[in-house]
Write a protein that binds this ligand. Structure first.
Ligand code: SF4
Length: 372
């Protein structure tokens, strides 16, 4: 079982909180698309199968690809891989790109799931984030996508900013539910050092995130979305029945995936590889079949720690039988010894350790306590 990820590292403008790899200089987009096709060919044996089960275009902003660029890329992918008709094919989009014409282009190229970066319905907050769209566009683009025939839509939201108190966050959640989407990803705002927000914070122009408010917003989100038919299947991800994201779930469940493009990661159970983050270096090295990625061979300790870190955040939890099978007796003993110290934050479902409401607030801290 394998997934393919394609990273499109371009954006119209830089969101002030964003720490992903992207460039706002679109001049190199055609060359980068060519390099992506070359990397696909160079690494066609990585997955050990030509059959993929999920396809995901992320970024950056993949909805910035022109008809021609998208067709070139999809033709290159179809020349190597096959997938059944109903395979989840996701593309990340920004509201300002989702015209009727773009939506038709995405459908023509086989995408059946959209992940739309709405982030907020608050005009002032969107400006503060330096998003390239308005609150009205956030709402209209979802309706337009539904009219265009997309029936599997995910939206991204951000909470924790100074623009939304608890009541305003409830209103945001209500607006999200009213859009009748199938999936919601919601992330706690963080201030990363190298972002515009981080720079302003260091100058004393932006306050710290109010962690107490974020925690209350997180709890309210779990309650509100749960009451509206969304299952929280991962700390930041909520889905209606039948709409759990297949691609991202495979990351958390430890399946093999190949990541194409600058900064993309690949994983095959034994090693992790990550591509160079610079667009110029990536284009140059891929074109020359040079060194464009690094590889780390994962030790058993690394793999166990990754298992605990990702699985504890999900509804599948950390399964004792699986720990025994994948890692052996020593890890299972260590896991059980640590797990029994965290009963206040966890619960057992059959043989799996899951986080309860208190545990979800400190998931990463608990995972670290389970690490070897
Ligand atoms: S559009 Fe997405 S990837 Fe681009 S800067 Fe904004 S948050 Fe980052």
């Amino acid at each position: 079982m394998a997934g393919l990820y394609v990273h499109i590292p371009f954006c119209k403008q830089a969101c002030h909180y964003c720490d992903f790899h992207f460039s706002t200089n679109l001049k190199h987009k055609p060359d980068l698309v060519k390099a992506l096709c070359s990397e696909l060919a160079l690494r066609k044996d990585y997955l050990g199968t030509q059959h993929i089960e999920t396809l995901y275009f992320g970024g950056g902003t993949p909805s910035l690809l022109s008809e021609e660029e998208l067709t070139v890329l999809m033709t290159a992918i179809r020349g190597i891989y096959t997938w059944p008709e109903n395979t989840e094919c996701t593309i990340e989009c920004n509201p300002d790109d989702l015209t009727a014409e773009t939506l038709a282009r995405l459908r023509r190229n086989g995408f059946n799931r959209l992940s739309i970066g709405l982030q907020s319905f608050n005009e002032e907050e969107l400006r503060w984030m330096n998003r390239a769209h308005t609150a009205a566009e956030s709402v209209e683009c979802v309706k337009r996508a539904q009219e265009a025939g997309f029936s599997n839509i995910s939206i991204d939201l951000i909470y924790g900013s100074k623009f939304q108190n608890l009541q305003q966050w409830r209103e945001t959640l209500q607006m999200a539910v009213d859009l009748n989407v199938q999936h919601i990803s919601a992330y706690n705002l963080t201030i990363e050092t190298k972002t515009a927000l981080g720079v302003k914070h260091n100058r004393g122009e932006e306050p710290l995130i109010d962690e107490n408010l974020s925690s209350r917003q997180f709890e309210e989100m779990i309650r509100f979305l749960g009451a509206n038919g969304f299952e929280q299947y991962e700390i930041s991800n909520f889905a209606k029945s039948g709409y759990i994201a297949q691609h991202n779930s495979r990351y958390w469940l430890g399946y093999t995936y190949l990541g194409i493009g600058p900064s993309a990661h690949s994983y095959n159970g034994q090693t992790r590889q990550w591509n160079v983050s610079s667009n110029a270096t990536y284009i140059r090295e891929v074109t020359a079949n040079g060194a464009f990625y690094e590889t780390e061979t994962l030790s058993l300790d690394n793999r166990y720690n990754e298992y605990v870190l990702t699985r504890l955040r999900t509804i599948w939890g950390c399964d004792v039988e699986e720990i025994q099978r994948l890692f052996g007796e020593r890890y299972k003993t260590r896991f059980l010894a640590e797990a029994q110290k965290m009963t206040e934050y966890t619960e057992w479902r059959h043989d799996a350790l899951l986080l309860n409401g208190n545990g979800k607030l400190i998931a990463d801290k608990l995972a670290m306590e389970l690490f070897v």
